[in-house]
Write a protein that binds this ligand. Structure first.
Ligand SMILES: C[S@@+](CC[C@H](N)C(=O)[O-])C[C@H]1O[C@@H](n2cnc3c(N)ncnc32)[C@H](O)[C@@H]1O
Length: 373
């Protein structure tokens, strides 16, 4: 097992490898949140009927078991699964529901809450049933299972309040004038206290987030440098929502199918520690672009050159990750472009790389146990 990351920041490490093997190097009860989106079912042509559903569950269950082991008692596991049709017929696959049942019944996860990610920008699919035959509506909602190790994971919905509606704002401004306290037909008593300003509305479990990331630094640099962008990214707002609600600053967030490292980027922006695993070296190489906002294009090209080696352990000392829509990035002054990146053998080496795994991992490493530290 590889022990060195491909790259790291002061808060996070990105590793190339099979996450089942990498997870085995993490200690029990050490991670606050695993946020991930695995490769979805039914991508392979050779799968038919219901078999692919059980195959998928069989494939993903060992990852689920390892996640259960490494999560803290207060930890959560958020799994984004896109819906799918069965091969060749207009009948939905049940694979995402089978995963939910298997994780709860066989592994012991709690379903803390089922979330649904609505992507209003989703193109109509599948073409055969939606566009050609017009017998199905377009599929634009992913199931997002929020699993927890215990019935009471760390969570605070006040960290993800949404803006009040216009009506609610009016009610807060003038509760008496706007609303007469009365009983609803259900018997529910709506008192004037309902007009209290809590700083925002409680979000629902339907997250409406368009997946239209056309102006991010990542996409811009991929285009400029002729690099392939990851084909199945989720928008940073999705992991950001769960990171905010389920963790505190300095907690550890892990993505076991990291792809373009959207989760690591959101965690970095929110001052959480993070780890990302992905099997595909190229995906992880281009993901470094997310952390190079403001660096000169020469520096970016040099970093990419360094990452040819799959455990290059490249250190980015200063990142300027922000979740707000990226403004046109301008290279900042030369000192940032050069001083904040460490080119092994060119710049200064890091004597004591910051560990992001918990202290007992480090102890395990000293004892000679395999670990990521
Ligand atoms: C749906 S993509 C994740 C995309 C990511 N959420 C993003 O926003 O870029 C799934 C990723 O899982 C990776 N993957 C598949 N099997 C893996 C394994 N056994 N270990 C680690 N990564 C794996 C793929 O290379 C792919 O990048």
């Amino acid at each position: 097992m590889q022990s060195k990351p491909l790259y790291r920041t002061a808060r996070g490490h990105a590793y190339v490898g099979d996450s089942l093997e990498l997870l085995a190097g993490l200690p029990d009860n050490s991670i606050d949140l695993v946020m991930t989106s695995p490769p979805f079912a039914l991508r392979r042509q050779k799968t038919y009927g219901n078999v692919e559903e059980t195959e998928y569950v069989r494939w993903i269950t060992p990852f689920g078991r390892e996640v259960f082991r490494v999560l803290k008692e207060s930890g959560s596991f958020v799994l984004d699964l896109g819906g799918a049709y069965r091969s060749g017929i207009p009948s939905r696959s049940l694979y995402n529901f089978r995963v939910l049942l298997a994780f709860c019944d066989e592994i012991g996860f709690h379903l803390a809450e089922d979330f649904y990610w609505f992507n209003p920008a989703k193109l109509p699919s599948p073409i055969e049933w939606v566009n050609k035959r017009k017998i199905r509506a377009k599929d634009s909602v992913n199931t997002v299972w929020w699993f927890s190790k215990t019935a009471s994971p760390k969570s605070d919905v006040r960290k993800v309040l949404t803006p009040y509606s216009g009506r609610m704002k009016k009610l807060i401004e003038d509760p008496e004038g706007f609303y007469k306290p009365q009983k609803r037909p259900s018997g529910h008593d709506i008192s004037a206290g309902f007009g209290k300003d809590n700083g925002g509305a409680i979000p629902s479990n339907l997250l409406s987030i368009p997946n239209t990331d056309s102006n991010s630094n990542y996409l811009r640099l991929c285009k400029e440098l002729g690099l392939e962008r990851h084909p199945a990214r989720f928008p940073s707002e999705l992991p950001a929502f769960f990171i905010k609600m389920l963790t505190d600053e300095e907690d550890i967030v892990l993505d076991i199918f990291g792809g373009s490292n959207t989760t690591g980027f959101a965690a970095e922006a929110l001052k959480r520690k993070w780890m990302t695993f992905d099997l595909n070296h190229e995906y992880l190489v281009s993901s470094v672009l997310r952390f190079l906002e403001g660096h000169s294009s020469e520096a970016v090209k040099r970093v990419l050159g360094e990452l040819n080696y799959s455990h290059a352990d490249f250190f980015i000392g200063k990142t300027t990750c922000a979740l707000a829509p990226a403004k046109k990035a301008k290279p900042k002054d030369k000192s940032l472009s050069q001083g904040a990146l460490v080119f092994p053998g060119i710049g200064h080496e890091i004597a004591n790389p910051q560990q992001i795994v918990p202290a007992d991992t480090q102890k395990a490493a000293r004892r000679g146990t395999q670990s990521l530290a």
